[in-house]
Design a protein around this ligand. Structure first.
Ligand code: ATP
Length: 273
């Protein structure tokens, strides 16, 4: 059986309302992917070309994957997710074929989104074929470019790529007509953090003394993923105290916050700016 069967079509169930804040970037994504699908006549009348590809970049855990999934869910698109490194590990010797197969499936399932997570993996020289001198990564990259430039047009297939390392992505990928919409997904600001807490705390029994405003302020610089993990830690603290705890109190959130190290440093943010 071919490993290619593992390229799975998914129907994600992530809605815009599951994402706290990040409104501006969500609006941009809607404009570039939902609008052309929902109003193709207007696009052609006004002479706007929908993008073939969008790059989401930014620090880890800040909702790049969530956004790609919400796009698919909300616009009713099929979703094919693939991690850059997988192309080399999962389909050893068949990496280029895997890329072709991904696009073939996406075309067959259109309207669809191909989500390439960790797209930067494609530019890291992993191994070199004896003799040819051309690395697997090079060949995978040119296959991807072929697909994007396509003899067969990409009708209603959008590539959404994500990375924490925009600096090492091969420029060829980002040229006009390829992945040419580039969006920065920043760490959540105060109001976004407030909303992430609101979404998460709705799912938890919390004591009256838990103050979302305070938590949002205290988590300055945290990613969305870190906020979720602080909430989980707080709940576990409550259980540490009492295995039959009925609610999570403020003190447990404070404890979780104090034992927590932020992954996103100021230097990192400067790097993205
Ligand atoms: P990576 O670069 O590490 O792949 P990412 O930017 O793709 O990260 P996601 O996978 O989208 O990040 O986010 C990880 C988890 O963090 C999500 O599953 C969700 O639980 C939480 N999360 C992150 N941002 C938000 C947000 N704005 N609203 C709600 N939850 C969030």
């Amino acid at each position: 059986p071919s490993a290619m069967r593992e390229i799975l079509l998914e129907v994600p169930k992530v809605y815009w309302s599951d994402i706290g804040g990040q409104k501006e970037i969500i609006q941009k994504l809607k404009e570039s992917i939902e609008w052309p699908l929902q109003h193709p006549e207007t696009f052609s009348k006004l002479g706007i070309k929908p993008p073939k590809g969008i790059l989401l970049y930014g620090p880890p855990g800040c909702s790049k994957t969530l956004m790609a999934k919400a796009l698919a869910t909300e616009a009713g698109l099929n979703f094919i997710a693939i991690k850059g490194p997988e192309l080399f590990s999962k389909w050893v010797g068949e990496s280029e074929k895997a890329v072709r197969e991904v696009f073939r499936k996406a075309r067959a399932a259109s309207p669809s989104i191909i989500f390439f997570d960790e797209i930067d993996a494609l530019t890291v020289k992993r191994s070199t074929d004896v003799g040819s001198g051309i690395s697997v990564a090079d060949r995978v990259l040119s296959q991807l470019l072929n697909e994007l430039d396509g003899i067969e047009p990409l009708v209603n297939v959008t590539v959404v790529a994500a990375t924490n390392r925009p600096d090492i992505i091969d420029n060829a990928l980002l040229r006009p007509g390829r992945i040419d919409h580039i969006l920065y997904v920043s760490p959540p600001d105060l109001s976004s953090r407030r909303e992430i807490f609101r979404i998460q705390l709705r799912k938890m029994s919390c004591a009256m003394d838990v103050d979302i405003e305070e938590l949002a302020i205290e988590t300055d610089g945290c990613s969305g993923a870190e906020i979720i993990s602080i909430c989980q830690d707080a709940a576990l603290c409550a259980m540490d105290e009492d295995l039959e705890a009925k609610e999570v109190r403020r003190e447990y959130f404070m404890k979780a916050l104090s034992s927590f190290t932020r992954r996103i440093t100021p230097e990192m943010i400067q790097f993205y700016d």
